[in-house]
Design a protein around this ligand. Sequence first.
Ligand SMILES: NC(=O)c1ccc[n+]([C@@H]2O[C@H](COP(=O)([O-])OP(=O)(O)OC[C@H]3O[C@@H](n4cnc5c(N)ncnc54)[C@H](OP(=O)(O)O)[C@@H]3O)[C@@H](O)[C@H]2O)c1
Length: 231
Amino acid sequence: MITGASAGIGRATAITLAQQGAQIIALGRRADALQALQDALPAGSVRLLPGDLNDDAYLQQVAALAPEVDIFINNAGVLRYAPILDLSPEDCAWMFQTNVLAALKITQIIARAMVARQRGGHIVFMSSIAAREVYRLASVYCATKHALSALARSFRLELQGAGIKVTEVAPGMVDTDIRTGSDHPDVLASVANRKFKPLTAQEVADAVAYAVQANPNCCPDLIELRPQGSF
Ligand SMILES: NC(=O)c1ccc[n+]([C@@H]2O[C@H](COP(=O)([O-])OP(=O)(O)OC[C@H]3O[C@@H](n4cnc5c(N)ncnc54)[C@H](OP(=O)(O)O)[C@@H]3O)[C@@H](O)[C@H]2O)c1
């Protein structure tokens, strides 16, 4: 099961894992984008569950499928860049709600099912380099990723006795649409002056594929990925 499979890193991960033999359950709000993902892959390899992770009724649909999930990629996330004094309360709440609280809720649902099944499992959190560093214009996003990383480590601590692996994948800048909603002039200038080439979604998907296929006794706890020349 992959959240945020309709675009970017989640879509690339869904395609990569499907090509390597996984049965995918693809989540995201945009039904048309999920349909396009399904059309791009062999018939029967992808099931779609469109909906909003901030909607409790939708999470009940997710819970109904949870007993089938061996690998959960907790990837969906949102970002709005702005100077810290210009961030609206709505944008702050939106980022914390989606990146932290919704991510926590759905992981609890999946992890409870994994524990009940007594067959182990693997949970991958898509955090960010922003889980350990902070950047100008990204204050609240960085705070959400710090929080998500803390949750990933807590799930690992508390679930390893149940045979459940938890991996945190922490990319630096990746070339996706996540920044399209940030049109503050300072942000646009900062992007225009960037001096390195971002990672691709495929490069992140390859790291996820490595993590979930590690030997049974090996848990890649944290994989940080940085574009060359970015620091
Ligand atoms: N791009 C980067 O530079 C970068 C770097 C480090 C980490 N990350 C992290 O990687 C993850 C994926 O980001 P991306 O770069 O691939 O961005 P993206 O292309 O914008 O994809 C974000 C995904 O999240 C889904 N999503 C957002 N809000 C949702 C909600 N309320 N309910 C359900 N799905 C929701 C979106 O689907 P719908 O719009 O269809 O709902 C979309 O599939 C995020 O957690 C991001 O923080 C990104």
